[in-house]
Design a protein around this ligand. Structure first.
Ligand code: UDP
Ligand code: MG
Length: 314
């Protein structure tokens, strides 16, 4: 019988942990009803929660010590770190990553399992069919993000792809070998390659609790994604620089020619000069800003700080 390991990041999820576990148990019993297909190993990662998440996980672990494990961080390191810690702990043949709020439907797992068992694919993921029920502003920026990153980066990201997926051990080993500090899982999953099948997914509301993402966090996350997987923005400065150098050469020639034709022309046009200076100054600052973003990431990367710190593990 195959073993599925499931990595479940939890940040202030005291209300959802038990609901999630019950739904998963129901799914497992249903899937193994006729033939024993798979057993499950859970790796809950408490990402520095400040509520009763850890005690809840401990209770769950005591009650189901054969299948439930938990890792608890010394503070909040973010979902990406939690996923990485979980992947480092798993022992199963197939590995899934899942949110604990039941936005990733447990019922999809048996289907994913069957597809992997056929051997053609290394990974089965899920991608949203629509963005119904989502804030239109968030949808607009999400779409803009996918358009932008797929234009600029070699690493393609399926629009609406969720982190929820079932992977082979081999694929997980490759993901573990990516030890970068700035982690963007959607990009990492795509970067490692392997054959992935995406199942359509209909948006589900969270069963309980509240989302820990707001607009600014999402925007920051999107920028991390772009900076981690493409160097193209760095070229913007080069392009603007070349274009403006060319323009200024043409302007200089025009001025010299005008001086010869009409040596006593009056001084005017200061307003246009000021606006050109402001424009170029702005572009220079933007270019320095882009450089700064990359240097900031390099700074964090070279410090080689651990991606997470474990306080407890069972
Ligand atoms: N999460 C986490 N660390 C964080 C934020 C979130 O481990 O700093 C977990 C959270 O508990 C949940 C998953 O990541 O299991 C997705 O978070 P959430 O549901 O808040 O995001 P959304 O579904 O709204 O994108
Ligand atoms: Mg959620």
């Amino acid at each position: 019988m195959k073993k599925i390991s499931i990595v479940v990041p939890c940040f202030n999820e005291q209300e959802t942990v038990n609901i999630y576990f019950d739904a998963m148990t129901k799914m497992r019993l249903q899937a193994n009803k006729d033939v024993e297909k798979f057993q499950i190993e859970y790796w809950f990662v408490d990402d520095g929660s400040s509520d009763q998440t850890l005690p809840t996980l401990k209770k769950l672990q005591q009650a189901h010590s054969d299948e439930v494990h938990y890792i608890s961080f010394s503070r909040n390191f973010g979902k990406e770190s939690a996923l990485y810690a979980g992947l480092n702990a798993v022992t199963g043949d197939y590995i899934a990553v899942m949110d604990v709020d039941l936005q990733d439907p447990p019922d999809m797992l048996p289907t994913m399992f069957d597809i992997l068992e056929q051997g053609e694919y290394d990974c089965v993921g899920s991608a949203r069919e629509d963005r119904k029920g989502e804030n239109p502003i968030v949808s607009f920026f999400s779409n803009a993000f996918y358009g932008l990153i797929n234009k600029m980066s070699q690493t393609k990201i399926i629009p609406g792809a969720r982190d929820f997926r079932l992977m082979t051990r081999q694929m997980v080993e490759s993901i573990k070998s990516m030890t970068e500090y700035n982690r963007f899982s959607k990009g990492i999953f795509s970067w490692v390659g392997f054959k992935t099948k995406y199942l359509p997914y209909k948006n589900h509301e969270r069963v309980a609790g509240t989302t820990s993402w707001n607009f600014w966090k999402l925007l920051k996350y999107a920028l991390t994604g772009i900076i981690d997987f493409t160097e193209r923005p760095l070229a913007i400065a080069t392009w603007f620089g070349s274009a403006f150098s060319l323009l200024s050469i043409i302007a200089i020639i025009a001025i010299i020619v005008r001086k010869f034709i009409n040596p006593f022309s009056s001084v005017n046009g200061w307003a246009s000069i000021v606006s050109v200076i402001l424009l170029i100054g702005g572009i220079q600052l933007i270019s320095i800003g882009i450089l700064g973003e990359y240097i900031g990431k390099i700074f964090l990367e070279v410090k080689r700080r651990p991606i997470y710190i474990i306080k407890e593990k069972k």
